[in-house]
Design a protein around this ligand. Structure first.
Ligand code: G3H
Length: 254
C-alpha cells in the first residue's frame, strides 16, 4: 500500500535519489513552506516507511524539531514491532519543549505502544560538566542505547534558521555565518560540501554513530530547505529521505 501511495511521484523520487545518492526517497504532494498539513503528510509517509522496516525489540533514536513533531503526531500502534524502545538522539539543543527530542520520543513511544527512555541533560554543556555528566551511570546506560540505535529518524534544518530559533550565542552565530553553514541536523552545522562547521556540545548520538545504524531516515521538506538537504546529504550518513514536492523539485533544479 505504501509503495502504491508513493508511485505518483516515482519519477521525481528517482531523480532525487540520483541527485543525493540515497537508497530510498519518498515525496509527498505539496510544499510544507506554504501549507502546514504537508508536514503531517510527511509524518504519515515516514511512519509508513518505519512500519515496513521495524522489527521486534528494536531501538529507535529520534531528534527534535517540527518535522519530527509531525511524525510523532501521526504515529499509530506498531503491531509488527513489539517492545520497541524510543530514545532521544541528543539533548534539547535549546529548542522549545514541544520541539525537543525527549517530548517527541515519549509521544511516539506512547502512540506506538512502545517503551521510551529520556535523556535529562542541560545543553549546551561546558567541557567540565560534559565530562562529569557522561560519567554518571544512569546517563551512561541511556547513551549506550542511543549510540547503538537500530534506526535513527531525524530532521534537517536551514543552519541560520536553526541557530536563531535555538537562541545561539553571538559567538556561535558568527561562527556559523563565517563558516557559511547551510544545514543543521543533530545539533551539527554543515557547510555546502558537508563539512562540520559547528557542533553543539551535548551528549547523545555522534555523527559517526550513524554509520553503524541499519537505517537512518531524514524527514525534511519545503522549497526553502532544498539547499540544506543538499548540504546535509553530501556526507551521505542517512540512507532514506522523506520530503515534499516543494523541496524535491527545487533539489533536482539546483
Ligand atoms: O533538528 C531540527 C531540524 O534541524 C529542523 O527542524 O523540522 O522544525 O524544521 P524543523
Amino acid at each position: 500500500e505504501f509503495m502504491k501511495e508513493a508511485s505518483g511521484f516515482s519519477v521525481l523520487e528517482q531523480s532525487v535519489k540520483d541527485k543525493l545518492h540515497v537508497d530510498h526517497v519518498i515525496v509527498v504532494p505539496g510544499n510544507s513552506d506554504e501549507v502546514d498539513w504537508v508536514k503531517q503528510e510527511m509524518g504519515k509517509a515516514a511512519i509508513g516507511f518505519l512500519r515496513s522496516i521495524l522489527k521486534n525489540n528494536q531501538t529507535i533514536a529520534v531528534t527534535g524539531g517540527t518535522s519530527m513533531a509531525a511524525v510523532a503526531a501521526m504515529m499509530t500502534p506498531l503491531e509488527n514491532a513489539k517492545n520497541c524502545m524510543f530514545v532521544p538522539a541528543r539533548g534539547g539543543l535549546g529548542e522549545r519543549v514541544e520541539n525537543q527530542a525527549n517530548t517527541i520520543c515519549a509521544e511516539m513511544a506512547n502512540k506506538a505502544n512502545g517503551e521510551y527512555r529520556l535523556l535529562h541533560v542541560p545543553d549546551p554543556l561546558s567541557e567540565e560538566s560534559y565530562q562529569s555528566i557522561i560519567g554518571e551511570p544512569s546517563v551512561k546506560e541511556i547513551l549506550q542505547l542511543i549510540r547503538q540505535a537500530d534506526v535513527v529518524i531525524h530532521g534537517i534544518g536551514d543552519a541560520m534558521t536553526m541557530a536563531e530559533r535555538r537562541k545561539a550565542s553571538e559567538e556561535v552565530l558568527q561562527r556559523i555565518e563565517a563558516g557559511n553553514a547551510v544545514s543543521e541536523a543533530f545539533g551539527y552545522y554543515f557547510n555546502k560540501t558537508g563539512e562540520v562547521i559547528h557542533k553543539v556540545r551535548t551528549v547523545g548520538l555522534q555523527l559517526e554513530d550513524l554509520f553503524s545504524s541499519q537505517c537512518v531516515v531524514a524527514v525534511a521538506g519545503g522549497t526553502s530547505k532544498a539547499k540544506a538537504i543538499m548540504s546535509y546529504f553530501q556526507q551521505g550518513k542517512s540512507n532514506v529521505l522523506v520530503t515534499d514536492e516543494g523541496a524535491a523539485k527545487e533539489l533536482i533544479r539546483e
